[in-house]
Design a protein around this ligand. Structure first.
Ligand code: MEV
Length: 421
């Protein structure tokens, strides 16, 4: 059986690591070449992705290893500029292996499109009028996307809210659209625009905004895992981590940073698979505020054995078809490395990565502090920046860390000394 648990993976060369992952995921030579090259996205494709293109921008792709997710070994590609994120994610996954890794699930792929109806004198009656015509609304919307409907997707329900605003009451209709394996922004926006005239006709009001909501709370993913106390430093560490969690749960200032650590695990996978990072960020943070106060996206508890149990639930509007996921060859290769066949599976793995990074951050913060681990990675970055390589780089890193002088000028000074010899 293939395992995602490698010892000393970080000690391999980039090429050796790529070969290991290629073997794990069954990558072809061509796919290996795609992730090896910074020029994977050709200029013509880039020029058609956004406007006013003048070039391309490369970032490192790493892999988080050691994950077991729903009983299956998984390797997670991560694209990020931040040192220590991939190592922390892999480390938390390693510590979760003895208890079986991560269990994940999701609520489905339903996105919300909002339709804002103004100038109605009787908003609650207008709400009823819209709901009375639900079947016709669904028919008009689904006519716009027969392919989605053929595969089992399309509008499944209509909800209507009356909200109070500084501009008076407004009637807000929600189309609940199953977008299957697409992120779905185009599909739901098209439907909302198509049905707007009919909504005006039945309410006598005027429709203004027609756009999806990123608070995708019908598209939730969940992940949970147990870390045995003996694998993470004992019950004392569990208790300290629970205090760290209690802090984040109670205080929005801390919750913002706690959740940032979760997004450290989430966004790199969203980028690697060509998905929309801003949609995921806004969904996450609005969901974290759903009870009126911003709080933690994760929950941490201690079970009867004294082991640490973490769980996460959050919106996850990611897709596998369309957008940059289909266009960008490296994103396609990342999807192959993940071995996912549906958007829901992708979202669930992303949730596991977020939970893992949160666990690693809380453990570090509650014990030795975050800087120790960060410092050696930062030192490595600085040594790299001044041009050091191989043994020289290792020697410079060691010296900076042991002397606790992790600064660019010092890295340069040490590098000059080494190269003078
Ligand atoms: C740094 O990128 C992330 C942390 O600040 C997260 C946290 O504080 O929980 C370490």
């Amino acid at each position: 059986m293939k395992t995602s648990s490698y010892s000393g993976f970080f000690k391999l060369s980039v090429e050796e690591r790529r070969n290991e992952i290629a073997e794990f995921s069954g990558l072809t030579e061509e796919e290996k070449a795609i992730i090896a090259s910074a020029d994977t996205l050709d200029m013509d494709k880039a020029d058609h992705m956004i406007e006013n293109v003048i070039g391309r921008f490369a970032l490192p792709m790493g892999v988080a290893i050691n994950f077991i997710i729903n009983g299956k070994d998984v390797v997670i590609p991560m694209v990020t500029e931040e040192p220590s994120v991939v190592a922390a994610c892999s480390n938390a996954a390693k510590m979760a292996r003895p208890s079986g890794g991560f269990t994940v699930s999701s609520s489905g792929n339903v996105m919300i499109a909002q339709i804002q109806v103004l100038n109605v004198n009787t908003p609650f009656a207008a709400k009823s009028m819209i709901l009375e015509k639900k079947e016709e609304i669904i028919r008009i919307c689904n006519e716009k996307d027969p392919v989605l409907v053929n595969f089992g997707g399309g509008v499944k329900d209509v909800e209507v809210r009356v909200i109070d605003t500084i501009a008076g009451p407004m009637v807000i209709a929600h189309l609940l659209v199953d977008t299957l394996d697409a992120m779905g922004a185009n599909a739901v926006n098209t439907m909302a625009e198509a049905v707007a005239p009919y909504i005006e006709e039945i309410t006598g009001g005027s429709v203004e905004l027609r756009i999806l909501s990123n608070l995708a709370d019908h598209r939730l993913v969940r992940a949970r895992a147990t870390w045995k106390k003996e694998d993470i430093g004992g019950e004392e560490v569990v208790d300290k981590m629970l205090n760290a969690y209690a802090f984040a749960k109670a205080d929005p200032y801390r919750a913002a940073t706690h959740n940032k650590g979760i997004m450290n695990g989430i966004i790199p996978v969203v980028i690697a698979t060509g998905n929309d990072t801003r949609a995921i960020e806004s969904g996450a943070h609005s969901y974290a505020s759903r009870d009126g106060r911003y709080t933690s996206l994760t929950t941490w508890e201690k079970d009867a054995n004294g082991d640490l149990v973490g769980s996460i639930e959050m919106p996850m509007a990611v897709g596998l078809v369309g957008g940059a996921t289909k266009i960008h060859p490296a994103a396609q290769t990342a999807v192959k490395i993940l071995g996912v066949k549906t958007a829901a599976e992708l979202g669930q793995i992303i949730a596991a990565a977020g939970l893992a990074n949160n666990m690693a951050a809380m453990k570090a913060l509650a014990t030795e502090g975050i800087q120790r681990g960060h410092m050696s990675l930062h030192a490595r970055n600085l040594a790299n920046t001044v041009g050091a390589k191989g043994e020289v780089l290792e020697a410079i890193v060691k010296q900076m860390v042991s002397e606790k002088k992790v600064r660019l000028e010092y890295a340069k000074e040490l590098f000059d000394k080494h190269t003078e010899k």
